[in-house]
Design a binder for this molecule. Structure first.
Ligand SMILES: NC(=O)c1ccc[n+]([C@@H]2O[C@H](COP(=O)([O-])OP(=O)(O)OC[C@H]3O[C@@H](n4cnc5c(N)ncnc54)[C@H](OP(=O)(O)O)[C@@H]3O)[C@@H](O)[C@H]2O)c1
Length: 313
């Protein structure tokens, strides 16, 4: 059966990779985010992949916008079978140096809007069931300094998702999945608000957004309570839970070393209140493309081979 899937956060990173992944699988798509031009671009990419797709520009934090999006999906396709919610924003800075309105908008976008999406999705699933995929983070299980709004929202989302999963046991056919990535190569780090003076980056190991997109698509086929994408997620969760003193001593220095670049940046609100289409893409450029790695390894191998040849008698 061809599914109708709503993707909120479809203009960038994981949401955009998911839209393209689902387009390749033949799902009918309803693509949503704030930037109309980028959304049209993604819609065209999905259509080029052979899928039916419509673009609905909207802001998930605007009252009534999520319901209007669901109405648009139903008007176009007659039903909503699944909803993948990836829309989120991030802010770097000490809690006491982050403007209150920025902290609040991060929580509004990352937690309250996710609740609005869940409310609307569950309403639309009443007719024939459906699957909701929420995008959490390993930061919904552990904490790190300088990201208080984001961390608070992701812990809240973790609690919300688990509660909805327990309630969904009473509604056969309805599934709620939480996908928790570690570091992913997306534009979110440069698009974030920043009150820290240094540009953020994903600490290694870094997964590709396409890998997270495949995990999300897999959840739609076979719903699971929670999916973790990231090789160190389990290790970090263990350290946070079993050795809190050691964890707290290490996490600050590690965050400053691996989670921030040396690139200075003036305080700015990033995309917390308004989108930045120029910064939107599937990848953030932190992870070299496979072709680049192959070229680099090939180049090194050729250099070594010619050096060896020169030394041979
Ligand atoms: N990248 C990582 O390392 C990582 C790790 C763990 C978890 N995650 C989670 O994965 C999800 C996707 O993140 P990403 O890295 O792909 O981020 P991203 O590249 O910055 O994409 C975020 C998406 O959310 C949309 N968005 C933001 N605010 C919105 C609003 N108010 N209304 C509607 N759409 C809005 C953005 O589009 P517009 O700006 O055009 O609206 C964009 O399409 C998020 O939940 C994030 O927390 C990411």
């Amino acid at each position: 059966m061809t599914r109708t899937v709503v993707v909120t956060g479809a203009t960038s990173g994981i949401g955009r990779a998911t839209a393209l992944e689902l387009a390749g699988r033949g799902d009918r798509l309803v693509l949503a985010a704030r930037s109309p031009a980028t959304l049209d671009e993604v819609r065209d990419e999905c259509r080029a992949a052979g899928a039916r797709a419509i673009a609905v520009p909207m802001d998930v934090t605007e009252p009534g916008a999520v319901a209007a999006l669901a109405d648009a999906a139903q008007a176009e396709y007659g039903r909503v079978d699944a909803w993948v919610h990836t829309a989120a924003v991030m802010s770097y800075g000490r809690f006491d140096e982050t403007p209150a309105e920025v902290f609040e908008q991060v929580v509004r976008t990352d937690l309250l809007a996710a609740a609005a999406v869940a409310r609307e999705a569950l309403l639309r699933f009443r007719a024939g069931g459906g699957t909701l995929v929420l995008t959490g983070s390993v930061l919904g299980h552990i904490t790190a300094p300088y990201m208080s709004g984001y961390v608070a929202a992701k812990w809240g989302l973790q609690g919300l998702a688990r509660t909805l999963q327990q309630e969904a046991r009473e509604t056969p056919g309805v599934a709620i999945c939480l996908v928790n990535p570690g570091s992913v190569d997306t534009p979110v780090y440069r698009q974030a608000a920043n009150y820290l003076g240094r540009v953020g980056r994903p600490p290694p190991p870094i997964a590709s957004p396409e890998r997270v997109a495949r995990a999300i698509a897999h959840c739609l086929d076979r719903p699971r309570r929670e999916v973790s994408v990231g090789r160190l997620n389990v290790v970090m969760r263990f350290g946070f839970t079993a050795l809190p003193g050691v964890y707290d001593a290490l996490v600050g220095p590690l965050m400053r070393r691996a989670g921030l670049t040396r690139q200075p940046i003036a305080a700015h609100r990033g995309i917390v209140f308004t989108p930045n289409p120029a910064g939107e893409a599937v990848r953030g450029g932190w992870l070299p493309e496979v072709s680049q790695v192959v070229r680099a390894v090939g180049g090194r191998a050729a250099t070594v081979a010619s050096a060896v040849r020169r030394r041979l008698p």
